[in-house]
Design a protein around this ligand. Sequence first.
Ligand SMILES: [Zn+2]
Length: 185
Amino acid sequence: MTKELTSAYPALRASLFQKMDLPEEFKPATLSEGRRILASMSVARRGLSLAYRVTDGGGSSDVNEFINFDWTFPQYGGRRVWFLCPRCGRRRGVLYMGRRVVCRECLNLAYPCEQSRFDKGWALHGRWLSRIKDGKPKRMRWRTYDNLSAKVARRAVSRMQPFLASMRRRGLVGQTTLPDYMGGG
Ligand SMILES: [Zn+2]
């Protein structure tokens, strides 16, 4: 369940730029998720520069990162845009915005211990969640459903907190980004 690890970081998807008519010269834009502005950026055909602030208990730091685009030309026609990960240089569809902007592999390389501890706790949580994620199943009693929902929420919060705290200490995440159903915001 590596998905939850990366949910602590806003994801930046190359597909976002796929259909954009990218200018030759850099043009300013903002990157937002819902109503939250994630970063300001300048974008051009050759890549984008991102600027945002990571805030934690110990203070905040400004991140400035340049990401090169790479283009491939699939056999079925058209062209596809990719990022080149600023850390490993490999072609990636998604990068994550922490203190640096990196791909999932680079993120996991940097924090392998948090990753495995994190995964174990999430296995049980995932089983509970899979039973109720689409709402109350017809045959389940409301009491069982309520108990499971409460357990999922409590476990999510208690599992997330140490992990997020350690990420926050390293300045990698600003605020808690728990999904709504886990009681975060
Ligand atoms: Zn990488």
